[in-house]
Design a binder for this molecule. Structure first.
Ligand code: HEC
Ligand code: HEC
Length: 433
């Protein structure tokens, strides 16, 4: 195994920074800088640049979906559509496909589209044999122990490895198990064509097929029609956080940023405005560089790295790198296109497992930028559920911005989130219904 100059050992950034003496600290900060520049400085897959109007794109998508799921003769038949939706609801909420007793609803509740540790604890108190704690919801993956679910509400997700990626400890393995939270099914099915935190599915049907096999350990294979019915149901009214977001799905009209009523909310809004990041500016537009667009889930044109720009969907905000969740760190071996190899140590390299790329910075430890609509109701946060509250999310961003805008080295502005900033941002996030 050759570790070349590009070898990125991410444990390098898993440290308590106060422990370092000055020389070490300087070196470390330099590395962090490099890493962080890569994190922020690139990262837009050209293929994902939206171009044109989002509305047109959505309309095109909706058309595509309809074509897929419908034959022409049924197009205008409301009764047919209703029956598909009702079938879909039944499949989502009740059907077990001969598996471990789980349905989609086991993990994606009606209220929040996800499961929090508090909900897991409630279910466990009522019934320790609840289906949530089976299979990939248990500590050992085969039904033993519920501790992880009760504290973090994460699932053992098996992700296939890209052809050029292997595990150092088990070179013949073709997949890896990582701990991931349950992303909310609110808003996403209708409005995000990129599914899963690493973007590995591109259609609700393919996603549902995977969910039935992996989470429900289904012994009955769903038919194409059933998968389509599930998808139809997931695009209906209960799956939206608000009328404004539902209207976006059907008309393409974006909700727009709420103005905010209190002084704190108004200050909070500044972070989400599409404005250039100016020198010395540590507020305006700093969240919008990644949470922009109608869904607040794509990079904007002020992302500090031309020629990229609007429409990027994957980024790292150092969640895997800092590993606050304390998840087991796995060594991955990436064979690069130039023949060199790179060892990556990470609890979850995210998008890189799919792309096989460590050099493209929207890949390594990068995750899908999630929508912020309805976010106040969908705790916990981040792909590993490491932030249990919005306050914890914003604390993480304080650290993130400190690291990436490490002052002094080349005169970059420092982005510092003060206590007031953090409170303002949380207040504003709660307005995003
Ligand atoms: C054991 C709990 C569990 C069950 C049961 C389950 N899911 Fe999920 N679901 C997850 C997890 C975990 C992810 C994210 C995994 C990842 O990103 O790798 C996910 C992701 C999704 C996503 C993508 C969300 C996004 O933001 O990209 C959709 C849609 C979804 N599930 C629908 C379903 C459907 C439909 C069913 C039933 C057929 C189902 N799920 C059953 C845990 C579950
Ligand atoms: C460099 C791009 C980037 C910037 C800048 C950024 N975010 Fe994020 N945001 C992401 C990504 C990527 C994730 C998902 C991370 C993960 O799962 O590991 C995320 C996740 C979140 C979440 C959790 C959502 C969920 O459903 O789990 C919230 C809330 C959030 N960001 C708010 C903010 C706020 C507030 C700011 C500004 C202080 C901000 N973001 C700045 C890229 C960014």
């Amino acid at each position: 195994m050759t570790a070349d100059a590009r070898d990125v050992t991410l444990s390098e950034v898993m440290f308590d920074r106060t422990e370092f003496r000055s020389e070490d600290q300087m070196k470390m900060q330099f590395r962090l800088r490099t890493l962080a520049h890569r994190a922020l400085a690139f990262g837009i897959p050209v293929t994902l640049v939206m171009g044109g109007s989002f509305g047109a794109r959505l309309a095109a998508q909706a058309g595509e979906g309809a074509r897929q799921v419908e034959t022409a003769r049924h197009d205008d038949d409301d009764r047919y559509r209703d029956s598909r939706r009702d079938e879909g609801r039944h499949l989502f909420e009740k059907e077990k496909f001969g598996g471990n007793g789980r349905t989609c609803l086991t993990c994606h509740t009606r209220e929040t589209g996800t499961i929090s540790p508090a909900e897991a604890q409630e279910l466990f108190a009522r019934n320790p044999n609840h289906p949530l704690f089976r299979g990939d919801g248990s500590d050992d993956g085969v039904g033993g122990g519920a501790q992880r679910m009760l504290t973090d509400a994460t699932v053992l997700v098996r992700v296939p490895l890209a052809a050029n990626v292997s595990l150092v400890a088990d070179p013949s393995a073709r997949s890896v198990v990582v701990r991931r939270g349950i992303p909310s099914t609110i808003n996403t099915p209708s409005l995000d064509p990129i599914l899963m935190v690493d973007g590995r599915f591109g259609s609700l049907e393919a996603q549902a097929r995977g969910a039935i096999a992996d989470h429900s350990q289904g012994t009955e294979v769903p038919t194409a029609k059933q998968l389509e019915q599930i998808a139809v149901f997931e695009r209906t009214e209960p799956f939206f956080s608000s009328n404004a977001v539902e209207s976006l799905a059907f008309t393409g009209r974006a909700p727009g940023l709420p103005r905010g009523r209190t002084a704190s909310e108004k200050r909070g809004r500044r972070f989400f405005e599409d404005v250039p990041l100016g020198p010395g500016n540590s507020k305006e537009g700093t969240c919008a560089v990644c949470h922009s667009g109608p869904m607040m889930n794509e990079t904007n044109q002020f992302f500090p790295a031309p020629p990229f720009g609007r429409g990027g969907r994957f980024q790292t905000i150092l969640v895997s790198e800092l590993n606050q969740a304390g998840n087991p760190v796995i060594d991955f071996l990436f064979k690069n296109t130039d023949g060199s190899t790179t060892v990556v140590s990470s609890p979850d390299p995210g998008r890189a497992l799919i792309t096989g790329s460590v050099s493209s910075p929207d890949s390594l430890n990068a995750f899908k930028i999630p929508t912020l609509w309805g976010v106040a109701n969908t705790a916990p946060y981040f792909h590993d559920n490491s932030a249990k509250t919005l306050e914890a999310v914003v604390r993480h961003y304080k650290t993130f911005f400190e690291i990436i805008s490490n002052p002094g080295a080349d005169g970059d502005p420092t982005i510092e989130l003060t206590d007031e900033d953090q409170a303002d941002i949380v207040a504003y996030l709660k307005l995003l219904k």
